[in-house]
Design a protein around this ligand. Structure first.
Ligand SMILES: Cc1cc2nc3c(=O)[nH]c(=O)nc-3n(C[C@H](O)[C@H](O)[C@H](O)COP(=O)(O)OP(=O)(O)OC[C@H]3O[C@@H](n4cnc5c(N)ncnc54)[C@H](O)[C@@H]3O)c2cc1C
Length: 441
């Protein structure tokens, strides 16, 4: 079951997973002189502001991913990069500490997935461009066809997948790559194909774009992402990211609802990062997307494979980087080893399993955090150890870099746990915790 000259491939969804898949498939096919046709189905217009043009995300990408993309000729022009982050400020219920980027090349880039927040169209000219649209244009430049339509049906006709879209258009494909994210009812179409696909477990997150104006953004946030680890049950963490005139607020946790969002806005630590007297606008640009928190089941069968959020991703970080990795593994498998279940099992599955296993360790890390978070002297000990690492050059910044990697996705959870449990880190935490405990008692 191999791709041949003239093979047709459909990619359902033109977010990062879909466009990376198209780019890698076309590049690899060209390298071995294979003529394939790639259709990307994407109904959304990424040049629109607000939720209509946006794939609902924090828009933070690590410099290491920016560099990896560049090595594949996927360059991100300056108009896409709205802000650069070179530090994290960790806020707990008790105090705050700044963690500088461990190295200059580890800075973080901030982008908008669509043309920007709802309302930005009233302040033309919009100074930034859409990240997703840029990737889609690159895929089209490489030779992909963009079909601006939603796929409405998928069946298998004598083993060959057949898609339906628009006014009853139908087409058979040699390979269908599902890249439709987690927020689409069309996931059911893949489940109905009955090959045992079960989408990943998800929970509801919250994202909002807050307009502060550039002076307040730079005065209150600087070039730092502000991460809040507060003792609010159900909330894993909160991040406030500077993006030009806006600040993007993300709340991650277990099924975030309106009550929890209001509680977060009332938190004194967050209030300190908002302009004086600032009130949530009635019509702020916000959304509550699903976020991947578990492994999918059977994300492939003969001639059908799922990539990106609807397949395996990374827990609470670097979803775009995970889409890049799976797209690469999928394209390599399809072009060089074929599109059968066995080929995907042998060459695509290891990439999924690597992410899934690491996420299990991520869950363990967050569980440990949830146990320790209410213990105030432990929180203080963490801040003290980081403070020492950040101020004394001779001290190895093991805990600081572990936290940096937890929020940026620059490293695996396995690596983060190993570094956080280094005997020197544990010893320092015990000493600091004991000091705080004595002072407290
Ligand atoms: C709150 C939150 C914050 C996040 N922050 C970050 C971050 O800062 N950095 C990061 O790297 N990742 C982040 N992520 C994760 C990131 O958003 C995802 O990992 C990434 O968008 C996955 O890309 P994708 O292409 O798989 O899916 P999506 O980006 O969701 O794209 C799916 C596409 O499929 C299209 N589609 C759906 N149904 C159909 C259909 N029937 N026919 C045709 N097309 C269809 C949709 O229109 C959409 O464009 C965040 C996620 C959440 C929820």
């Amino acid at each position: 079951m191999e791709l041949k000259n003239g093979s047709k491939i459909a990619i359902v969804g033109g977010g990062p997973a879909g466009t990376f898949s198209a780019i890698f498939l076309l590049d690899l096919a060209q390298q071995i002189d294979l003529q394939i046709e790639v259709d990307i189905f994407e109904p959304r217009d990424f040049n629109l502001t607000g939720p209509r043009g946006c794939n609902m995300c924090g828009g933070v990408i690590s410099e290491s991913l920016v560099q990896k993309l560049a090595s594949h000729g996927i360059n991100l022009p300056d108009e896409l990069l709205i802000d650069t982050i070179d530090a994290y400020t960790l806020h707990t219920d008790l105090s705050s500490v700044e963690i500088k980027a461990p190295k200059d090349e580890m800075r973080i880039a901030c982008i908008f997935r669509g043309a920007g927040p709802k309302g930005a169209e009233n302040q033309p000219p919009i100074p930034w461009k859409s990240f997703d649209n840029h990737l889609l244009e690159l895929a089209i430049e490489k030779g992909a066809n963009h079909i601006k339509n939603k796929v409405t049906g998928i069946i298998k006709d004598r083993g060959i997948p057949k898609l339906t879209w628009g006014d009853d258009n139908k087409q058979k494909y040699d390979l269908v790559v599902g890249c439709l994210g987690l927020n689409s009812p069309a996931l059911q179409m893949f489940k109905d194909l009955d090959f045992g696909y079960k989408p990943p477990k998800t929970t509801k997150a919250y994202v909002t774009e807050l307009y502060f104006g550039d002076e307040d953004v730079s005065r209150l946030l600087g070039h730092s992402m502000h991460v809040f680890i507060l003792n609010i049950p159900g909330v894993k963490f909160i991040a406030l990211t500077p993006k030009g005139t806006y600040a993007t607020l993300i709340i991650l946790g277990d099924d975030i609802d309106k009550k929890l969002v209001n509680r977060v806005f009332q938190a004194p630590e967050l209030q300190k990062c908002l302009p004086m007297g600032w009130k949530i606008p009635v019509q702020t640009c916000h959304c509550q997307p699903q976020i991947n928190i578990g492994a999918p089941k059977n994300p492939y069968t003969d001639r059908v494979v799922l990539v990106g959020d609807c397949s395996s991703s990374r827990l609470y970080k670097d979803g775009i980087g995970a889409a890049y990795r799976l797209a690469k593994a999928m394209a390599y498998t399809a072009v060089t080893h074929g599109v059968s279940t066995q080929s995907f099992q042998r060459f695509f599955r290891p990439a999924c399993r690597k992410l899934d296993w690491d996420n299990r360790l991520g869950h363990l890390l967050f569980y440990g955090d949830s146990l320790m978070r209410p213990i105030s002297f432990f929180q203080e000990a963490i801040i003290e150890v980081i403070r020492e690492e950040q101020t004394k050059k001779e001290v190895s910044p093991r805990l600081s870099t572990s936290l940096w990697d937890t929020f940026t996705g620059s490293s695996s959870y396995r690596n983060i746990i190993v570094r956080s449990l280094h005997p020197m880190v544990v010893l320092k935490l015990i000493v600091q915790a004991a000091k705080k405990l004595f002072r407290f008692s």
